[in-house]
Design a protein around this ligand. Structure first.
Ligand SMILES: [Zn+2]
Length: 260
């Protein structure tokens, strides 16, 4: 256990990392550098002043519009920053100032970037997965949990590699296989399997309205990545949501079938 991290520090770090993730989400899928050029308005090209680049606050002060051309600035930007900050706060509250909290924050960055890139482009980027995987393995090594972490990765590759082979890439992309492996590295085998179950349950629940919409001629593309993100987020930051009902179910089985 580490020492306590004051919540305001976790919020600030989360907002700053979230601000960087906005750049990652917009630029990496287009093959652009995340470093150069400096942040600018995508419409008029005006470079932003430092004060226009403050996470969340600038968006509120500017009322969601570019100061030069008045083009709308998507509410996506503050949302990404707030989501990242929220996950950092959960990590700090659970693990304090520790390697485990750092690992959870790396996972948070991976989850947020993956979610938005996949929703926007139906893409899961190696340039997001690889650094996260390396950081995850390094943290696991430092925590003495390397074996569990690698087993988690293997579980991810095993289950999703099999699904990929069975569906011949129709049901999911190879990016999903790689994402499942990296999530497994962060979760370990048991939590990874639970996360995949959550992903499939939530995905199935969301597929129904999509199928209905398809019958009406709507879009029918439903990427799996966002559901993996949901499953992993639950298992990383609120595993009790799954394990508590699961243990109650086991107790129920034991009570009613234990006599046999
Ligand atoms: Zn502008």
């Amino acid at each position: 256990m580490g020492s306590v991290v004051p919540i305001p520090i976790a919020v600030l770090l989360g907002l700053v990392v979230g601000s960087f993730l906005n750049v990652v989400i917009v630029r990496l899928p287009e093959g652009r550098s995340v470093v150069f050029p400096a942040s600018h308005c995508p419409r008029c090209g005006r470079t932003l002043h430092a004060w226009e680049n403050i996470p969340v606050l600038s968006w509120i002060v500017l009322r969601g519009r570019c100061r030069g051309c008045k083009a709308e600035i998507s509410s996506r930007y503050p949302m990404v920053e707030l989501a990242t900050a929220a996950l950092f706060v959960l990590a700090a509250a659970e693990w304090g100032a520790s390697l485990q909290a750092l690992e959870a924050c790396v996972a948070a960055a991976l989850l947020v970037a993956t979610l938005y890139v996949d929703v926007d482009h139906l893409l899961i980027l190696d340039s997001v997965l690889m650094p996260a995987a390396l950081a995850g393995v390094a943290c696991a090594l430092g925590l003495g949990a390397l074996r569990e972490s690698l087993e988690g990765g293997l579980v991810g590759v095993g289950i999703f590699g099999l699904l990929f082979a069975l569906t011949r890439g129709m049901g999911l992309g190879f990016g999903d296989v790689k994402l499942a492996a990296v999530l497994g590295i962060f979760l370990g085998p048991a939590a990874a399997i639970a996360a995949f179950v959550v992903a499939f349950l939530v995905g199935a629940a969301c597929a129904v309205p999509v199928l209905v919409a398809r019958r009406r001629g709507g879009k029918d593309v439903l990427p799996l990545g966002p559901f993996l993100v949901v499953g992993a987020t639950v298992m990383l930051y609120a595993p009790g949501l799954v394990w508590t009902p699961y243990s109650l179910y086991q107790m129920f089985l034991y009570r009613h079938l234990g006599g046999f």
